[in-house]
Design a protein around this ligand. Structure first.
Ligand SMILES: Cc1cc2nc3c(=O)[nH]c(=O)nc-3n(C[C@H](O)[C@H](O)[C@H](O)COP(=O)(O)OP(=O)(O)OC[C@H]3O[C@@H](n4cnc5c(N)ncnc54)[C@H](O)[C@@H]3O)c2cc1C
Length: 352
């Protein structure tokens, strides 16, 4: 079986940028796109904050461009999903096959237990690829409530990213679901544009930090529906109204926008027990939590610097994009981290 110098898992802005850099550096990278080829931006329309496009660019078009650019420099793009990895010894083992009668959709729809079961069954089979180094850029998924109407109207008034989409809601009436710091931040960000922001929160108090709560509650544009859960989202071409259960009573509100701010789930099922994770995110030497600081401290070189900042807890494994990013989760930060991971992998392979 051929041993690849570098394999990249994931085809969002992080994965494709890593592939562009690695291919131009003649590392002959192989990149696995996964079942969601192009990543999260395939689910949005206009991207207005990715530098270089003064008029904005459609998410799928941006991803098609990144793919074409990686292809142009000779990256081997495989439209398949990595179904298991073994990072215990080098070269690392990667699988793309699955046990009989199993669909890769299990990775999207299955429970954590079901996914782990499939991964361990897959590992009984022969691996499909060996790789000396690995860049993981499997992204993160925003958690949503999967209420009726959500699937149809996602991206048509429903958003999971206020930083990205708030400017599209000028003078509109919007709702924010959540009660933690993200919900507070998103609501405050929306006050610059929307005419009215209503937070839907299932409890009678927020779990966010006190200072954020104070800012939100003192803002005249923000209203709160306490003890309320979202039941349904209604609209034809775009969101028109929402149904909620408010203190046990079913109520209907007109709505022009709805933002989910109830957290993200990094896509790290494959790496459980093999890489250090923090809140589910892969820890690298640049992770902003204590785990990241500890790893960084352990990796200081004799010049008191970190040689490979995008390195994970396993040597030769680098990670980039939303899968490591507890804080920013933007296309441009993911792309930047993809570049760093490719440069780190190149340097590491050279020093090997
Ligand atoms: C609706 C929406 C709108 C957004 N709008 C903007 C915006 O306007 N501006 C902005 O900056 N950001 C925006 N974002 C955020 C932005 O999309 C993300 O920050 C960015 O896509 C993260 O890139 P990534 O490469 O880390 O991962 P992702 O884009 O999440 O890509 C992950 C990739 O990993 C692959 N993958 C996962 N598991 C496997 C596996 N086992 N094997 C192989 N491949 C695998 C997936 O198929 C996918 O290709 C938006 C997000 C959403 C959801």
């Amino acid at each position: 079986m051929k041993t690849q110098r570098l394999a990249i898992i994931g085809s969002g802005p992080a994965g494709f940028t890593a592939a562009i850099y690695a291919a131009r550096d003649r590392l002959d990278p192989i990149i696995f796109t996964g079942i969601e080829s192009g990543g999260q931006l395939m689910y949005t329309s206009a991207v207005e904050n990715f530098p270089g496009f003064p008029e904005g660019i459609l998410g799928p078009k941006l991803m098609a461009n990144l793919r074409a650019q990686a292809e142009r420099f000779g990256a081997d793009i495989q439209d398949s999903h990595i179904t298991a990895v073994d990072l215990s010894t080098r070269p690392f083992k990667l699988w793309t096959k699955l046990p009989k009668d199993t669909s890769p959709e299990i990775f999207k729809l299955g429970s954590a237990e079901e996914i782990q079961k499939i991964i361990s069954q897959t590992k009984q089979l022969e691996p499909d690829l060996l790789a000396e180094s690995l860049i993981i850029s499997t992204g993160a998924t925003a958690i949503t409530l999967r209420v009726p109407g959500e699937e149809k109207l996602m991206g048509r008034g429903i958003s999971t990213c206020a930083v990205c989409d708030a400017p599209f809601y000028k003078d509109k009436q919007v709702f924010v679901v959540g009660g933690g710091d993200s919900a507070m931040e998103d609501s405050l960000a929306l006050t610059k544009f929307a005419s009215q922001i209503t937070i839907i929160h299932r409890r009678s108090e927020f779990s966010a930090s006190k200072i954020m709560v104070e800012r939100v509650l003192s803002n005249k544009k923000i209203k709160v529906l306490w003890n309320t859960t979202l039941a349904e989202i209604i609209g034809q071409e775009a969101i028109e109204k929402i149904i909620v259960n408010e203190n046990g009573e079913r109520k209907e509100y007109p709505a022009q926008g709805l933002f989910y701010a109830i957290g993200h789930r990094p896509v790290t099922d494959l790496f459980q027990g093999q890489l250090e994770l923090d809140k589910g995110y892969i820890v690298t030497a640049r992770t902003i939590t204590k785990s990241g600081l500890n790893l960084a401290t352990n990796l200081l070189n004799d010049k008191e610097m970190i040689t490979y900042p995008s390195r994970t807890s396993v040597e030769g494994v680098f990670a980039a994009g939303d899968v490591v990013d507890i804080r920013y989760r933007q296309a441009i930060t993911a792309a930047g981290q993809g570049c760093e991971a490719a440069l780190d992998a190149e340097r590491w392979l050279e020093n090997l």
